[in-house]
Design a protein around this ligand. Structure first.
Ligand SMILES: Cc1cc2nc3c(=O)[nH]c(=O)nc-3n(C[C@H](O)[C@H](O)[C@H](O)COP(=O)(O)O)c2cc1C
Length: 178
């Protein structure tokens, strides 16, 4: 099974989750190609059986470099006739989409657009989205740190924490059973 992992992180929270994804896959005996999107070329998604894509949430969406990559890939695959009317499934192709988010105003509702946006690329290509993960990530840097204790998620200082990361490992173990 060929596995690709694309992620974007500005303040390090998604990076922590990404590292846990990679660690867990390696522990389970899988190879994974991991690409931090800021430095990414355009990977050939269709060459992989399982793809993880993750980002922090910024103004309800994934990070700009990841959005730009998604637009480029969508145009590339549409131009090549790989995005077909009614988006037929590609058997055996699966994706896991995740975000870290602060939810300072409307909780998980403001992270949903980011995860759905990322997922649409894979859904259009016929991948089955087998999981969506929403991991709390404290607000770091800038002038938004007050939202880590005053938002709808309550106190999220220190998140993602060891417990969050352990949950990621458990979920990967479950997914690989499928
Ligand atoms: C400039 C900025 C904008 C953000 N906007 C949102 C947002 O719209 N919704 C949300 O749930 N979290 C928002 N957050 C919180 C981040 O999504 C959260 O801290 C995430 O874990 C950051 O990921 P990263 O550390 O990998 O960059 C924002 C954080 C920053 C710094």
């Amino acid at each position: 099974m060929k596995i690709l992992h694309l992620y974007f992180s500005t303040t390090g929270n998604t990076q922590k989750v990404a590292a846990q994804v990679d660690r867990t896959l390696h522990q389970l005996g899988h190879e994974v190609e991991t690409v931090q999107v800021a430095k990414a070329a355009e990977p050939d998604l269709l060459a992989y059986d399982l793809i993880f894509m993750g980002s922090g949430v910024y103004s309800w969406l994934p990070g700009k470099p990841l959005v730009e990559l998604i637009i480029k890939l969508r145009e590339k695959y549409a131009g090549a006739g790989e995005i077909k009317p009614a988006a037929p499934r590609r058997p055996g192709k699966k994706a896991v989409i995740y975000c870290t988010f602060g939810g300072g105003h409307t909780g998980a509702n403001e992270a949903v657009p980011a995860v759905k946006y990322m997922g649409q690329l894979f859904d259009h290509l016929g991948f089955e989205i087998i999981a969506e993960w929403y991991v709390p990530g404290e607000f770091l840097g800038g002038n938004l740190q007050y939202l880590s204790t005053t938002g709808r998620l309550g106190n999220i200082q220190g998140r993602p924490n060891d417990h969050d990361l352990q949950e990621i490992s458990e979920k990967i173990i479950g997914i690989l059973r499928v």
